[in-house]
Design a protein around this ligand. Structure first.
Ligand SMILES: C[S@@+](CC[C@H](N)C(=O)[O-])C[C@H]1O[C@@H](n2cnc3c(N)ncnc32)[C@H](O)[C@@H]1O
Length: 332
């Protein structure tokens, strides 16, 4: 039931354009610890982040020296006051620049942070925000769900490295799946139940068994369908999934309408099978492109004129769940 309630939150975020899910610092720390080598001498942009309240700003400003950052830039959308859940009605946005600790107290002091007014509202798509984007090496944030496709497209257009919070559902968006298939975007280290939740405003009702109020009074919901999307290399992406099952036609039936076998659990991928296999989307969490090739999906996202990719896959007349079609490159 908790899961149902939490899925509803994400769907609400999408349909109502209500994008106020704020990331918890411990979730940022838990992920970022796997990427330290990428940040040395780099300029980081958090471009959907009110710096007064964003935990992304907190993380990067407090770890500036440890990561060896060159510069941190944070832009704030339509919001110049300190209220985390202000209605974002201010006309102008601001941006902050932080170049590191100058007085050796190891914390970002107000007089070390440059505050600049933006001419517009701080929309990540605006000319002035794109100008900032062009200056930076890596973008890290949790962007608005309602603008997710546009957000990723912009990162790709400007050829940026990124680490962003996403929803699992976005994997099957046509534009996103193309990037996954082309190995231009992949799943980060922590996903789903590894996220402790998101801080939400007062008008969100806290139902679901995992919804809670923390010791600071923050209202927190768990989505269980959240993950990180990145194009920064991570160790996990080079680890082979250990396969132990042997193929047999009874356990791994062929689809009615596609020349591939159904493998309903990623852990059960048969080790020597050379043909195409349909696996759950959660396979992506274990995906090593040196071991597997992603060929398509059964969800209308990657039409292939020679196959049935993009159409539902059926077993004995019954449509299966969402499946990715993969091939084991190392099968002998
Ligand atoms: C999901 S929240 C996450 C906030 C923050 N990044 C965090 O993780 O705590 C998305 C944020 O994007 C902001 N936002 C909405 N539309 C935006 C836009 N067009 N350009 C920039 N930011 C936007 C919202 O005000 C909201 O603060």
């Amino acid at each position: 039931m908790a899961r149902e309630g939490s899925v509803k939150y994400l769907n609400t975020a999408k349909s109502d354009k209500n994008d106020e899910f704020y990331t918890i610092l411990s979730d940022i720390e838990k992920e970022l610890r796997h990427y330290k080598q990428h940040f040395k001498n780099k300029t980081v942009l958090c471009n959907c982040d009110d710096p007064k309240v964003s935990n992304f700003f907190v993380y990067f400003s407090h770890n500036f020296e440890q990561l060896g950052l060159k510069k941190l830039i944070t832009t704030c959308y339509k919001n110049c006051d300190a209220d985390l859940f202000s209605k974002h009605t201010a006309e102008n946005g601001i941006y902050l620049e932080y170049n590191g600790d100058k007085n050796n107290n190891r914390v970002p002091d107000p007089d070390e942070i440059g505050i600049h007014k933006l001419k517009g509202d701080g929309d990540f798509r605006s000319e002035e925000c794109i100008k900032l984007l062009k200056q930076v090496d890596i973008v890290v944030t949790n962007p608005p769900f309602s603008l997710f496709r546009e957000y990723v497209a912009q990162l790709v257009r400007y050829d940026k490295k990124f680490l962003i919070v996403a929803t699992w559902n976005a994997i099957t968006y046509k534009e996103i799946f193309k990037l996954i298939k082309a190995n231009k975007l992949w799943i980060g280290v922590n996903s789903n139940r590894n996220f402790s939740g998101f801080i939400v405003p007062k008008h969100y009702s806290l139902h679901g068994t995992e919804a809670r109020v923390d010791e600071h009074g923050n209202r927190i919901v768990s989505t269980n369908t959240t993950c990180w999307f990145t194009n920064l290399d991570i160790k996990k992406r080079h680890e082979d999934l250990i396969l132990y099952k042997t193929y047999n036609a009874r356990e791994f039936p062929k689809y009615d309408n596609y020349n591939a076998i159904e493998v309903s659990k990623t852990a059960d991928i048969p080790m020597h099978y050379k043909g195409v296999m349909g696996v759950p989307v959660t396979f992506l969490d274990k995906y090593n492109p040196e071991q597997f090739e992603i060929i398509g999906s059964n969800r209308g996202i990657d039409q292939d004129p020679n196959g049935i990719y993009g159409r539902g896959s059926f077993l004995n007349g019954k449509e299966t769940f969402k499946r990715l079609f993969i091939r084991n490159k190392k099968a002998t």
